[in-house]
Design a protein around this ligand. Structure first.
Ligand code: BES
Ligand code: MN
Ligand code: ZN
Length: 496
């Protein structure tokens, strides 16, 4: 989709459909009023007949407008005027764009950035339009014979008055970058495990590196990992015929000597569980176990596109987890890069094994903060469902900054405790620690495990098992938490 900011008066706009809002009390948005005046009251007529009540997310397409050059008008319900929250604003936008999946509609003009949203200014609202519209337009068609997409919309004009056009413009730049990052993350995640292998992922990262001067990408091979003593990471890939990769991205946008923000993403391209094999039902969804890695790549694309004046390092440990004669076995004891030993009580708790060596490796970048993102535990779905990602960490300031960013980005987070009492659940009779903590508090014990490798820096962990993809009828990747991470990075940008 091609986005632009439009300051031309509504009556002169060339567009297949103009999108305007209606509130619950039959009040029209300013653009709706303007159109109403130039169409002999067609909108107020429809509203007073009760054909649209203005409830949030309701839509009504007026597809013939007599004696007018306007092709179509889409009325979108916004709910109560005083309480249009960020979430509801996005809900209305999604309803609008989803109702326009028609072959005749190739261009739209969206006049919803003028609504009063409690959460944001023109920049924020413009950005949300682009994020929500792009999200709705995304379809994975690459591996289908019929590559037609439902939405035929090519051009989106976002209407803004001259006085707000600079803010809208800035929002558009951010929105495009974030939407591109989300799209990349979704696309990589939707690719199946037989295509998206660790080698493929490393290739994608290298491609990304070629696109931006400030971005360099390198890949550690298994032989490099052996030299570094990454016994935990390597143990997971021993059961796979695909070689593991540790992908490293370095974006230099900030001070030459500025400490980097390090993002670590779990890049497990397929998780069968290993010898502790998972049940068959729904196992296909374990192709999504690389969503953390995909989100790191998406965030780097967005950050580079926004040309953020920050130093950012991305680390993606990538492997498969399969059963094999050479795979990890329950009871095996590994020596991690840190020197700490780990008893493998369940080979399906592999994410923490590839992440722990990566956390140790991150120390060499002298990080300002380290944020890891991983589809780490099914327990996170039990605790929090599919609404917020789980947040745990060893630094309150960092956690609070992430919570604030999640609010702004409407990419929600919920913090769980990382208390000492839970650490005891990881006791092993034979090694420094076990790789699982038993039935209770699985998301917390997983984070406790990681915390032992994150003692030397400020660190936060995002468990995205419930948020990185949708299951069921609309199965597919969501691109989360790219919007959250982008917002965090934007917030970290030094103010001029
Ligand atoms: N990749 C899974 C976590 C997962 C499960 C994500 C379901 C999304 C949906 C992870 O590697 C895993 O298997 N974790 C185990 C840990 C357990 C053995 C302690 C789990 O959650 O069952
Ligand atoms: Mn697993
Ligand atoms: Zn996994």
């Amino acid at each position: 989709m091609d986005y632009s900011i439009e300051i031309t008066p509504l009556e002169k706009l060339q567009s297949d459909c103009i999108i305007v809002g209606v509130y619950e009390d039959q009040q029209l948005t300013p653009a709706a009023m303007t159109l109403d005046n130039s169409t002999q009251g067609i909108i107020s007529n429809i509203v007073s007949r009760g054909d649209i009540s203005g409830k949030n997310g309701e839509t009504l397409l007026i597809n013939v407008i007599p004696d007018s050059s306007i092709e179509r008008i889409l009325l979108v319900g916004l709910g109560k005027k005083e309480s249009l929250s960020g979430k509801n604003y996005r809900k209305a936008l999604a309803a609008a764009i989803n109702s326009l999946k028609k072959p005749q509609i190739k261009s739209v003009a969206c006049c919803l950035a003028e609504c009063d949203v409690t959460a944001g200014d023109w920049q924020w609202k413009t950005r949300q339009i682009i994020e929500v519209f792009s999200d709705a337009a995304y379809q994975f068609t690459e591996l289908k014979s019929d590559k037609e997409t439902e939405s035929k919309i090519e051009r989106v004009a976002i209407c803004a008055p001259q006085s707000e056009s600079a803010l809208a413009q800035a929002g558009m730049e951010q929105g495009r970058a974030i939407a591109d990052g989300v799209n990349l993350a979704k696309h990589l995640a939707d690719l199946p495990g037989n295509i998206c292998t660790p080698t493929f992922l490393a290739g994608q990262a290298a491609e990304l590196g070629k696109k931006f001067d400030k971005l360099t990408v390198s890949v550690l091979e298994e032989s490099d990992m052996e030299k570094l003593g990454m016994g935990a990471l390597l143990s997971v890939s021993r059961g796979s015929r695909q070689p593991a990769k540790l992908i490293a991205l370095e974006y230099h946008g900030g001070d030459k000597n500025g400490k980097p923000i390090v993002l670590i993403g779990k890049g497990l391209t397929f998780d069968a569980g290993g010898i502790s094999l998972k049940p068959g039902a729904g196992m296909d969804e374990m192709k999504y176990d690389m969503c953390g890695g995909a989100a790191v790549l998406g965030t780097f694309l967005a950050a580079a596109q926004m040309d953020l004046p920050l130093n950012i390092v991305g680390l993606i440990p990538s492997s498969e987890n399969l059963p094999d004669g050479n795979a990890n076995k329950p009871g095996d004891i590994l020596t991690s890069m840190s020197g700490k030993t780990i008893e493998v009580l369940n080979t399906d708790a592999e994410g923490r094994l590839i992440l722990c060596d990566t956390l140790t490796y991150a120390e060499r970048y002298n990080p300002d903060v380290v944020i890891d993102l991983a589809t780490l535990t099914g327990a996170c779905l039990v605790a929090l469902g599919r609404v917020p990602s789980g947040l745990l960490g060893n630094d309150d300031r960092l956690c609070n900054e992430l919570l604030a960013a999640s609010e702004t980005a409407t990419d929600s987070l919920w913090r769980l405790p990382l208390w000492e009492e839970y650490q005891e659940l990881l006791k092993s009779n034979f090694a420094d620690m076990a790789n699982i903590g038993g039935k209770d508090a699985g998301t917390i014990t997983a984070a406790c495990f990681l915390s032992r490798f994150a003692e030397n820096f400020r660190w936060a962990h995002l468990d995205i098992a419930g948020t990185a993809w949708r299951t069921g009828q609309t199965k597919g990747a969501t691109g989360r938490p790219v919007p959250l991470l982008c917002q965090y990075l934007i917030n970290r940008t030094p103010k001029a």
